[in-house]
Design a protein around this ligand. Structure first.
Ligand code: EPU
Length: 338
């Protein structure tokens, strides 16, 4: 048995049967048993709520290669590199583009899995391809951007390639032509002449103000996804809640902030054991000391149930929660929660 407490940022003291640290591609070809595996990076979007009856594949493949083209830089980055360190690396070398995604916790390999996004920018717009080891076919494969099926916090690595494709490197393209992306409300007052560093500094400042530092207060970032609703549903909600912020997606759908729904429902004070809701951003659940996996799942169920009662909206976890068998499926939350 191996402790997982320092392998996931919620810091729940649970164990796995085994932990395999992967530092070379050869190790992937020689894995003794590819059943009951959980592929893990820095564990900032994964919560182990119970002892995991399987092996954790802890991917630590490093390396950054840069190629210059006439109009862009192409980066090949090992999946075990830290995401924010990569953002800093690119900006320090005058390769802008990733500044809105500064300070997102986690590894480069985890970034395409949930298609990380913040402040009006998503990773998917920079991905050329994702390379990995296919545990079923037992060979390396490269998926081009379109094959990754990116969507809001979604990708093929969560669906048909789930637990099958071990991401080993990510290829990114940063175009040389650059202008700041300031459409998100928190950045809207910055000057259009802002440098990439100035945008990054603002993003860091906003994140530090709103989001708890996982090193100080264990958490896994946004706990729920922002629900995507039909325009008519949002119009109905707006009649009742005129201040509800709405982010249009297309003519038929909008995204509404789950943090707002939770906050305005008065649920910031909700707590189960040491699991609670962060005061500055209700979308983030935190471990205030010795929260158990049961505390956190019970708190999530309560929030899902209350949000459904009040607004008729089903929240869905954005983090991936595991029980002893593996991923807790989405249906579980709605069955128990609403
Ligand atoms: N709001 C409240 N109360 C709260 C939290 C939010 O009223 O407690 C309101 C805010 O005032 C704002 C709106 O809700 O009007 C949106 O809040 P915010 O800008 O903080 O962003 P979010 O929609 O809650 C998403 C991402 C974050 C990302 C930010 C910025 C998801 C699930 N979360 O949060 O991502 O940093 O936008 O782009 O899409 C993460 O994935 O871990 C994460 C932190």
């Amino acid at each position: 048995m191996v402790s997982l407490q320092d392998k996931h940022s919620f810091r729940i003291p649970v164990y796995a049967r085994d932990l395999i640290k992967v530092t070379s591609l050869d190790q992937l070809r020689d894995l003794p048993n590819t059943q009951d595996l959980w592929i893990l990076g820095e564990g900032t979007n994964t919560i182990f709520t119970e002892d995991f009856d399987g092996s954790v594949l802890w991917v630590q493949l490093l390396g950054i290669e840069v190629q210059e083209e006439s109009d862009a830089w192409i980066l090949n980055v090992g999946s075990g590199e830290n995401w924010h360190a990569l953002v800093e690396y690119t900006l320090a070398r005058n390769m802008p583009g990733l500044e809105n995604l500064a300070l997102i916790p986690g590894s480069v390999g985890a970034a395409p899995v949930q298609n990380i996004g913040a402040y009006g920018v998503e990773l998917s717009e920079f991905v050329v391809s994702v390379e990995g080891y296919d545990l079923d076919a037992q060979e390396m494969r490269r998926l081009q951007n379109a094959a990754c099926e990116f969507n809001y916090r979604e990708s093929i690595f969560k669906t048909s390639q789930f637990s099958r494709f071990v991401i080993t490197s990510v290829q990114l393209r940063l175009p040389k032509s650059w202008s700041p992306r300031l459409n998100y409300p928190d950045l809207a007052d910055l000057s259009a002449a802002s440098t990439p560093e100035a945008v990054m500094q603002r993003v860091i400042e906003v994140r530090q103000r709103k989001l708890p530092d996982p090193q100080q207060i264990p958490n896994a970032g946004s706990f729920f996804k922002n629900p995507i609703l039909a325009v008519e549903t949002v119009e109905g909600l707006r009649a009742q809640y005129p201040n509800l912020p709405v982010f249009p997606i297309d003519a038929a759908y909008c995204k509404v902030p789950a943090g707002w729904l939770i906050d305005k429902a008065g649920l910031k004070a909700m707590q189960v054991g040491d699991a609670g809701v962060h005061q500055n951003q209700a979308l983030v659940l935190v471990n205030r000391g010795s929260a158990t996996g049961q505390d956190i799942t019970e708190l999530a169920h309560k929030i899902i149930a209350q949000v459904y009662d009040i607004y008729g909206i089903r929240l869905e976890p954005e983090v991936r929660l595991l029980n002893s068998f593996g991923l807790i499926p989405k249906a579980h939350w709605w069955h128990h929660g609403a």
